[in-house]
Design a binder for this molecule. Structure first.
Ligand code: ZN
Length: 161
């Protein structure tokens, strides 16, 4: 059975940047389970997986345009620390949600100095080339219920307890 629209696919993967730093991995975890073709993966990875079958391995390098997009310098901003409830706790890497004219945005603190913090509304992987090593662990039909819910049920998937 091939990876195609409305199939449930399970993959093991390792994601590295161009310096070889591991950004994410399913090692020591369940395979990542998803319904193919409904936008659960970045476009570049979906494209690479299409037509593959169980047991296939692939390595693919994905440009930002097919992943999390290019970085937008306009999404960074200096904010006075005293605008926060607990300014003494602010640290680089902290993430929180802010309301903007364009809706809710998740921002990351990328700099902290005496009076201000720099916040960045870009996705942490924006502008990054993503290098995936992937092995296809499972390909099966999605159940109607899974398609209705838009997620995978069972091991590695969603549990409705
Ligand atoms: Zn469900």
């Amino acid at each position: 059975m091939q990876v195609e629209e409305k199939k449930v696919v399970g993959i093991h993967y390792k994601l590295t940047d161009d310096d070889g730093k591991v950004l994410d991995s399913s090692e020591n975890a369940q395979p990542l389970m998803f319904i193919f073709g409904i936008g659960m993966l970045i476009p570049g990875l979906e494209k690479a997986l299409e037509g593959k079958t169980k047991g296939d391995s692939l390595s693919v390098s994905i440009k930002p345009a097919d992943a999390y997009g290019e970085r937008d310098p306009g999404l960074t901003q200096m904010v006075p620390k005293d605008q926060f409830d607990e300014p003494e706790k602010l640290q680089v890497g902290m993430q929180f949600q802010v309301d903007t004219d364009h809706g809710a945005l998740v921002v990351t603190i990328t700099e902290v100095n005496d009076d201000n913090v720099k916040i960045d509304g870009n996705h942490p992987l924006a502008g990054v080339n993503l290098n995936f090593d992937v092995s296809v662990e499972e390909v099966r039909e999605a159940t109607q219920e899974e398609l209705d819910h838009g997620h995978v049920h069972g091991p590695g998937g969603h549990s409705h307890g």
